[in-house]
Design a binder for this molecule. Sequence first.
Ligand SMILES: [Zn+2]
Length: 93
Amino acid sequence: MSLRQKKYTAFAVMLGVPALLVLMVTGLEDIWTDTHDIAVAILILAEIAGFALHLYWMRCPHCGEHLDRNYGQYCQHCGEEIDWDAKPGGKED
Ligand SMILES: [Zn+2]
């Protein structure tokens, strides 16, 4: 998986899961009070998971430092160019 794909996956967990949850819960309004606690728990878990994925994946391929919210072309730590589409270890085409 390339850095770009990892970025999108982390954001999909953080944004997609809560969005799906809201859609599900609004469709089940009658039992909203029963599912409320579970929905909130899943939401918090999704945020933590997405954040953890982001923290774990969004690292410079050169120096290994966390890129934080830097989605630019160069690492803010070592200044090396970041190839967002490069797949680590693989030379697949
Ligand atoms: Zn770096």
